[in-house]
Write a new protein. Structure first.
Length: 334
């Protein structure tokens, strides 16, 4: 009879020991339940009792590897995929050209997106924005819907940018105010909005997938665009023709100017020489008129005689002292 209580006590003791071991094992499992492995391409943040664990940025942002954290609800581990790139499609300002509506000549502002340009034209645009996480702490603790935040920032920036452009510049995706690509301008503007929100996001790329006038006036825009292209083509052809012909004309002008200057110099020199001869002859005439007249007569006669091929000297029948000079063969024939 006395041996039964001893057996019961031994059994209870063994059970208590086993229970303690089970409790210790369960407690160890509980302590290690929040231990995780941070995969490559991501980082982790630990919230301890709702507050970010760590005093420096290196302590707050846990790099890839084994991460020991206290069990929930003491610690909460937040994984942040810093290497992944998110993509957001912004089509609130867009309507497909192939989609038909009940009213084909008007725009329903509730169902159809659009935006206005600086010259009061309507455009419809669809954009794609890609982003990455630059600040894991701000991303994890400041925002809940990153795609929505990026979407709103890009749409607001695109609306304001298009409102400041003329329709021709917008369709060419050029921003003449900043002399840069329109997509680049929208990306910079949207990034400033994200920076103001301190969300830890960086836009890595932004692209206009489509931009066009509404379907009601698309044909007119295409005709106007064709006319502009033709005008630019003709202007370029005219500029090319002018670029090739103007140097030729300038060269011809310079040649004619040089020839005229040379001829002018030559004639001026000849005129000056004649003036000198005339001045000398005038002085001689003033001193002795008869001698000057005889000299001019003889010089003229000498010049005429030098240009004659044949000469015939004939003695006149009436006056014995005169001599006739015949320079014509017909006149010399008896």
């Amino acid at each position: 009879m006395n041996r039964h209580p001893s057996i019961v006590l031994d059994a209870l003791g063994s059970a208590l020991v086993s229970f303690r071991w089970v409790v210790l094992v369960l407690f160890a499992i509980y302590l290690l339940s929040n231990t995780t492995i941070v995969q490559p391409g991501e980082v982790a943040l630990v919230l301890r009792l709702g507050r970010l664990s760590g005093t420096t940025r290196e302590e707050q942002v846990r790099r890839p590897g084994l991460l020991f954290a206290l069990p929930s609800p003491i610690d909460r581990v937040i994984r942040v995929p810093v290497k992944e790139e998110g993509e957001v499609l912004v089509q609130d300002l867009w309507k497909s050209l192939t989609e038909s509506t009940a009213s084909s000549n008007t725009i329903d502002p509730v169902r159809e997106g659009y935006c206005l340009t600086a010259d009061q034209n309507i455009l419809q645009a669809r954009l794609v924005a890609k982003y990455r996480i630059d600040d894991p702490v701000a991303f994890a603790l400041s925002i809940e819907e990153p795609n929505r935040l990026v979407h709103d920032a890009v749409m607001s920036a695109a609306t304001i940018a298009l409102a400041g452009c003329h329709v021709d510049d917008a369709l060419r995706l050029r921003d003449n105010r900043t002399q840069e690509n329109l997509a680049t301008h929208v990306q910079r503007s949207a990034q400033r909005r994200l920076d103001d929100a301190r969300c830890g996001l960086v836009l890595s790329a932004l692209e206009f997938k489509e931009i066009h006038p509404p379907r009601h006036v698309r044909a007119e825009f295409e005709r106007a665009q064709s006319a502009r292209v033709q005008k630019d083509t003709l202007r370029r052809e005219a500029e090319g023709f002018a670029a090739s012909e103007i140097p030729k004309a300038e060269a011809e002008r310079n040649r004619l100017v040089k020839e005229a200057q040379a001829a002018g110099s030559s004639r001026l020199a000849g005129a000056m020489a004649e003036v000198a001869v005339f001045g000398s002859l005038q002085r001689e005439y003033r001193n002795n008129p008869q001698l000057a007249i005889e000299r001019v007569y003889r010089e003229a006669l000498q010049e005429v005689m030098n240009q004659i091929g044949k000469r015939y000297l004939v003695t006149p029948r009436t006056k014995a002292n005169d001599v006739r000079i015949i320079i014509s063969e017909a006149e010399a024939t008896p």
